[in-house]
Design a protein around this ligand. Structure first.
Ligand code: NAD
Length: 497
C-alpha cells in the first residue's frame, strides 16, 4: 500500500464533510432550539463544524425511540444470529470508511493519525466484531433443582442503555459500551463528549445503512447537561459511563434520585509502574515507562503516571527514560511520522500546565515542562518528567490526564507495594522483575483491575476485562463479562408435576 503523507491527509481534511446533527430514531435531526456549540480542532484551533447541543426535547425523543424499538422487538427480539450479521455488516462499513473515521478523530481530538489509523478505528471495529461473533455462542444455564422442577437461568437485555463517554478515545471507548449492549439486544442512546462528537455521529449513519433498526442506536451530542438528563431519565434502564471520578459520583446520585437505573462506571486512575532492582531489561522498562505516560499525550485513564523505582537502579533508569521521552516530540497530528499530537483543547492544556507549575515548586523537573508549537494555533505540551520526593505531592496524587510523569524512589518491595496502593484509584499497575515468585506475589498485592508484569499496556485483546478497583469504578468493559452489565439475570422454575 502506498505510504500516506502529510499532504495526503491535509488534502483529505479539506474535502471532508462533517456531520454535526444528532442522530435520533434512524435519522439526523437538528435541535428543536437553535442551541449548538463550536467544534474546534486542537491541531490548529480551526472551526470544524457547529454541533447540536441536545437538551430535554432531544433526550426525550431519543429515549422514547429507544424504548419503542426495544418494546417492539425490532432488535431485542431478533435471533442473536441475525443481530450478529447486522453488527458484522456495520463493522465492514466502518472498515470501508476507516480513513475517514481516523481523520475525523485526529482532527477532533488531536491524536496522531498514525494512532487513529492503527489503534482507535481498527480497535473499535474489532470490538464490534468480537461481540457480534460472541453473542450467538453464549448460553444460559439449567441449574440443579428439585427433581420435579426444571430450573433455567437466562440473561435478558436490560432495555434502554445510555452510554456517556469521554474524549480521550472517543470511538474506542464508545464501542466498548455500545458493542456489548447492542449485541445483547438493548437499545442505546450514546452521548459522546462535547470535545469529541464527530466519529460517533458518523458511525450512526453507517449503523443505519448496515440495517440496525430505527431507534436502536441514537447519538446525542451535547455538554454535561445532556448526560445529566439521560442519567436522571426514568425510562433509561442502565447508564454506562466512562469519564472522571467526579462526574461518576454524580451519575450514581442521579440514578438514586430517579429510577435506580443500573450504573456502570469506568473512571480515573493514577497508575503505578514499579521497577524492582532485579528488572530483567532496564532499557525496555524505560521505553515502556515513557510509552505508558506519553502515548496519547498522557490522556489515558490507565496512564502509568507514577513510576516507582528501586533506589539502586534509579539513576540509570532515569537516564534511559529521558532519552525515551525525547522520542515523543509533539508535531502535526496529520503527519504520519508524528508520535505525539495535540492536547484536546485549551482548557485541558491550561489544566496540565497548572500541574506542571505546581510540580516546579513541589518536585524536581528532570525533562520537558514547556508548551510547544504555539504558532500552530493548536495545543501542544512537551513530555514532562518530575522526580518527586513525597507521595503527597499533588502531581503524584491527582490525575493530570496529560504527559506528566512523577518518578518516586523506594528501598524495599513492601514499600513499593504500599506506595503503589496508596491511592484513591485502582485501575492498573505494573511490576518489573526477573523473579517469578516476586512477580506473582506483587501482582496479587496490587489493588488494581489490571496488572502488567514486565510490560505496560499489553492487552489489546478483547478477552481481558478492563475496569477499576476503588474509585476507578465498578464493572468491567471488554470480554464476555461486559455482557453482564447489559443483561438482567432471570430465574425461571418450571414445575413438571
Ligand atoms: P468527564 O467526566 O468530564 O466527562 C465524561 C462524559 O460525561 C462527557 O461526555 C461529559 O459531557 C459527560 N458529563 C459531564 N458532566 C456530566 C454530568 N453532570 N452528568 C452526566 N454527564 C456528564 O471526563 P472527560 O474529561 O471527558 O474524560 C477524562 C476522564 O475519563 C479521566 O478521568 C479518565 O481517567 C477517564 N477515563 C476512564 C477510562 C476507563 O476505562 N476507566 C477510560 C477513558 C477515560
Amino acid at each position: 500500500m502506498k505510504q500516506k503523507t502529510l499532504a495526503y491527509w491535509q488534502h483529505k481534511a479539506v474535502t471532508l464533510s462533517i456531520e454535526g446533527r444528532a442522530f435520533i430514531d434512524g435519522e439526523y435531526r437538528s435541535a428543536s432550539t437553535s442551541a449548538s456549540f463550536d467544534c474546534r480542532s486542537p491541531t490548529d484551533g480551526g472551526l470544524l463544524t457547529k454541533v447540536v447541543d441536545c437538551r430535554a426535547p432531544e433526550v426525550e425523543l431519543a429515549v422514547q425511540a429507544a424504548r419503542r424499538a426495544f418494546d417492539a422487538g425490532s432488535w431485542s427480539g431478533l435471533n442473536p444470529r441475525e443481530r450478529k450479521a447486522i453488527l458484522l455488516r456495520w463493522a465492514t462499513l466502518m472498515r470501508q470508511h476507516q480513513e475517514e473515521l481516523a481523520l475525523l478523530e485526529t482532527l477532533d481530538v488531536g491524536k496522531p493519525i498514525a494512532d487513529t489509523t492503527t489503534v482507535d478505528v481498527p480497535g473499535a471495529i474489532y470490538c464490534i466484531e468480537w461481540f457480534a461473533e460472541a453473542i450467538d455462542k453464549v448460553s444460559g444455564e439449567v441449574v440443579p433443582a428439585d427433581q420435579h422442577v426444571i430450573g433455567l437461568v437466562t440473561r435478558e437485555p436490560v432495555g434502554v442503555v445510555a452510554a456517556i463517554v469521554p474524549w480521550n478515545f472517543p470511538l474506542l471507548m464508545a464501542s466498548w459500551k455500545f458493542a456489548p449492549a447492542l449485541a445483547a439486544g438493548n437499545s442505546v442512546v450514546l452521548k459522546p463528549s462535547e470535545k469529541s462528537p464527530l466519529t460517533a455521529l458518523r458511525i450512526a449513519q453507517l449503523a443505519h445503512e448496515a440495517g440496525i433498526p430505527a431507534g436502536v442506536f441514537n447519538v446525542l451530542p451535547g455538554v454535561g447537561e445532556t448526560g445529566r438528563l439521560l442519567a436522571l431519565h426514568r425510562d433509561v434502564d442502565c447508564v454506562t459511563f466512562t469519564g472522571s471520578t467526579k462526574v461518576g459520583k454524580m451519575i450514581m446520585q442521579y440514578a438514586g434520585q430517579s429510577n435506580l437505573k443500573r450504573v456502570w462506571l469506568e473512571l480515573g486512575g493514577k497508575s503505578p509502574n514499579i521497577v524492582l532492582a532485579d528488572c530483567p531489561d532496564l532499557e525496555r522498562a524505560a521505553r515502556s515507562a515513557a510509552g505508558a505516560i506519553f502515548y496519547n499525550m498522557g490522556e489515558m485513564c490507565s496512564a502509568g503516571s507514577r513510576l516507582l523505582v528501586h533506589r539502586a537502579i534509579k539513576d540509570e533508569l532515569i537516564d534511559k527514560l529521558v532519552v525515551a521521552a525525547r522520542g515523543y516530540r509533539p508535531g502535526n497530528p496529520l503527519d504520519p511520522a508524528t508520535s505525539m499530537g495535540a492536547i484536546v483543547d485549551g482548557a485541558q492544556l491550561a489544566r496540565v500546565l497548572d500541574y506542571i507549575e505546581a510540580g516546579r515548586t513541589e518536585a524536581k523537573l528532570l525533562h520537558g515542562g514547556a508548551q510547544m508549537l504555539r504558532e500552530s494555533g493548536g495545543y501542544y505540551i512537551e513530555p514532562t518528567v518530575f522526580e518527586v520526593a513525597t507521595p503527597d505531592a499533588r502531581i503524584a496524587r491527582e490525575e493530570i490526564f496529560g504527559p506528566v510523569l512523577s518518578v518516586m524512589t523506594f528501598d524495599t518491595v513492601d514499600e513499593a507495594v504500599r506506595l503503589a496502593n496508596d491511592s484513591d484509584y485502582g485501575l492498573a499497575a505494573a511490576v518489573w522483575t526477573a523473579n517469578l515468585s516476586t512477580a506473582h506475589d506483587v501482582a496479587r498485592r496490587l489493588r488494581a483491575g489490571t496488572v502488567w508484569v514486565n510490560c505496560y499496556e499489553e492487552g489489546g485483546d478483547m478477552n481481558f476485562p478492563f475496569g477499576g478497583y476503588k474509585q476507578s469504578g465498578n464493572g468491567r468493559d471488554k470480554s464476555l463479562h461486559a455482557l453482564e452489565k447489559y443483561t438482567e439475570l432471570k430465574s425461571t422454575l418450571i414445575r413438571l408435576r
